[in-house]
Design a protein around this ligand. Structure first.
Ligand SMILES: Nc1ncnc2c1ncn2[C@@H]1O[C@H](COP(=O)(O)OP(=O)(O)OP(=O)(O)O)[C@@H](O)[C@H]1O
Ligand SMILES: [Mg+2]
Length: 269
């Protein structure tokens, strides 16, 4: 009688499409993210991986489809235009999107730190301006997050005096300070010198071990193999193939996935 409710996905993406003019980048992405999922997203350059992440925290507005966070679809249905209605993009309210962006944190390839602010001020910024938290409490929280990524001693440094790996760890601390329910990483190590990749991957691995939910676009296939619980391969604007790392990375079923992986064979498990 008391049937357990199926676990509600933290994020449910249905039919997500994004076009830039005539270019259809995403053509109907379906994806469910359960709490605690660590999903690696793979795909050729230009396949729309960044666009997908940017649509999920609404830095880009989807052209069609829905994104639901913890059961609530973001935005409201767009007015029908007489062309069928169903294809009309949803209407998004900026205040609602600000709320979504706090729940869905993003870490960028190029860090995107404010150069004129110290590490601590970078981490505090959204706490102050978006959350309205007083400076002393925001500073304390910023230092907690900097300590988590091993950079408490760099709190007073400006980005120009930090290494790439340190800058990226500050960017991760900044995302964590907002208590996001979901973390999006867009190739967080691909702008780094090889010797700095490890320190950033270690932080991400630690976050994974803490049970945080994350989507990670990466070319570090060995890392995806060890940290992700699911791997999604994008091609032609769709989820072309998905599965557990063991299956998708070692025994891909689709020829396009096989060809992609064959081009990235310089990893070993
Ligand atoms: N703002 C934009 N305006 C026009 N075209 C865009 C825009 N953003 C992305 N595109 C195009 O959309 C396609 C997908 O880009 P996207 O950056 O999502 O790919 P990607 O999979 O992240 O590639 P990479 O692995 O090189 O980072 C590309 O053809 C790109 O040129
Ligand atoms: Mg990209």
């Amino acid at each position: 009688m008391n049937e357990p409710l199926p676990e509600q996905p933290l994020l449910r993406v249905r039919g997500l499409a994004k076009r830039f003019g005539a270019l259809e980048v995403l053509r109907g992405i379906d994806l469910d993210v359960q709490p605690g999922d660590r999903i690696a997203i793979l795909g050729a350059s230009g396949s729309g991986k960044s666009t997908l992440l940017r649509c999920l925290n609404f830095m880009e507005r989807p052209s069609a489809g829905t994104v639901a966070l913890a059961g609530r679809v973001v935005g409201r249905a767009g007015g029908g235009t007489g062309t069928g209605g169903e294809g009309a993009p949803r209407v998004y309210d900026e205040a609602e999107l600000t709320g979504v962006r706090q729940r869905v944190g993003m870490v960028f390839q190029q860090f995107n730190l404010f150069p004129h602010m110290t590490a601590e001020a970078n981490v505090m910024e959204a706490l102050r301006t978006v959350r309205g938290i007083p400076a002393s409490a925001a500073g304390e929280r910023a230092r907690t997050e900097l300590a988590r990524v091993g950079l408490l001693d760099k709190a007073a440094e400006y980005p120009a005096r930090l290494s790439g790996g340190q800058k990226q760890r500050v960017a991760i601390a900044r995302a964590l300070a907002m208590d996001p329910e979901l973390l999006l990483f867009d190739e967080p190590t691909s702008a780094l010198d090889p010797e700095l990749v490890g320190e950033v991957l270690r932080v991400i691995r630690q976050l994974a071990q803490e049970g945080r939910t994350m989507l990670l676009v990466t070319h570090e296939l060995g890392f995806a193999y060890h940290v992700a619980n699911r791997v999604v391969f994008l091609a032609d604007g769709l989820v072309h193939e998905e599965g557990p790392p063991e299956q998708l990375l070692k025994q891909p079923r689709q020829p396009k996935t096989q060809a992609f992986l064959a081009r990235h064979r310089e990893f070993d498990f």
